[in-house]
Design a binder for this molecule. Structure first.
Ligand code: GTQ
Length: 359
């Protein structure tokens, strides 16, 4: 039980006779609401999650060591899961989200499968890997944001590109905890290790990714028809804004990725964002009910999360728990990718955010 809440809203005193009553109703699977109401309906979010950072330089050696222990094929997905330190054993970085760093070595294949859980890939290190989603392949470059929609077949590989072959690492973000919450998970393995490529590379982006959509199309899924949002294009938008406008005092220049068919988030369960903090930026404090996972693309800076300071640099991952005050600052020009459960909170009308006035 959270003591902060208990001191503000103490439950009724344990009057004589009550405990005896609780003991007698327990075998009937009954409990008194008045003993737990304050914790069930807190005055404000009381997440068990804590802020945390995973520094890439410290983690990369372990990722590479994992490649000596198991192949991508045997592992199916060779991933080191980023667990929120306050809720170990649940493969969750927040209550609703899963995150992990996936490694694929040159020549490896992570075999084709599909599942109800939706996934995003944010490419952190290396180039020349690919993922095939529903028969269309896309080559991965650092900073690309790639989607695997719910129930879409997907396999990953690393054939190298332009003569180079290097390990490729990306941040996986999945709605695994949400699907587990609903007990709605299904999964199956493909007959083939790798899908047959049925569509030319770049087809989805050409059809849906240029502020135009085909006059005739049959895309009915709630997930965006674009499955690779290339970094080069998103970065260019931020560079232009940085030259032309003053940054928001809290978030710098922050854009959200969209599903071009709806204007909503590209994935029904996960919102995704890219923001630029100008060199020397000292942001004001803000908080939001959607806890978020951040991947640092460029630059060094500091995230002050719930009063704790975390210095970050390129390729680091950090987590901001729900409603934790966040203050971002930048030593260099900083670019941050982030994802959260915002679209779900918006859909059910519970999203709250506060932009505080003090520095
Ligand atoms: O690439 O399909 O990090 O199924 C966790 C579960 C990645 C994947 C994860 C998965 C995948």
């Amino acid at each position: 039980m959270n003591t902060a809440v208990a001191t503000r809203q103490a439950p009724p005193a344990r009057a004589p006779g009550r405990q005896d009553f609780y003991d007698r109703i327990k075998p009937m699977s009954l409990t008194p609401l008045w003993e737990t109401l304050h914790a069930l309906v807190p005055r404000e979010p009381q997440t068990p999650c804590v802020p945390a950072i995973w520094r890439y330089d410290e983690i990369r050696p372990f990722l590479m060591e994992s490649a000596e222990l198991i192949t991508a094929e045997e592992a199916v997905r060779r991933v080191l899961v980023l667990e929120n330190p306050a809720i170990p054993g649940r493969s969750s970085i927040t209550q609703s989200l899963y995150a992990g760093l996936q490694l694929i070595m040159p020549g490896e294949i992570a075999p084709s499968h599909r599942h109800v859980q939706s996934a995003l890939r944010f490419i952190v290190d290396g180039k020349g890997a690919y993922t095939t989603v529903g028969g269309e392949r896309t080559t991965m470059y650092p900073g690309d944001f790639i989607i695997t929609p719910s129930w879409a077949w997907h396999d990953h590989g690393n054939e190298g590109i332009g003569g180079s072959s290097e390990p490729v690492v990306w941040l996986d973000g999945l709605d695994i905890p949400m699907v587990r919450f609903f007990d709605a998970g299904f999964a199956e393995n493909d007959d083939a290790k790798a899908q047959k490529v049925a569509v030319s590379e770049g087809n989805s982006l050409a059809r849906f990714g240029h502020n135009m959509v085909p006059v005739k199309h049959d895309h009915r899924s709630p997930t965006s028809p674009i499955f690779n949002y290339p970094y080069a294009r998103s970065r260019e938008a931020l560079a232009t804004l940085q030259r032309q406008e003053a940054p928001d005092a809290w978030q710098g220049h922050k854009l959200r990725y969209i599903n071009p068919l709806t204007g909503g988030s590209p994935m029904p369960t996960i919102g995704t964002f890219l923001q630029l903090l100008p060199k020397g930026f000292a942001g004001k404090t803000h908080r939001q009910t959607d806890g978020a996972v951040y991947s640092v693309v460029e630059g060094r800076g500091t995230a002050e999360i719930g009063g704790q300071r975390f210095a970050f640099g390129p390729r680091d991952t950090f987590v901001v728990p729900s409603w934790a005050p966040l203050k971002l600052s930048a030593d260099d020009e900083v670019v941050l990718f982030s994802f959260s459960d915002r679209p779900v909170q918006q859909a059910i009308g519970i999203l709250r955010e506060a932009f505080l006035d003090e520095a």
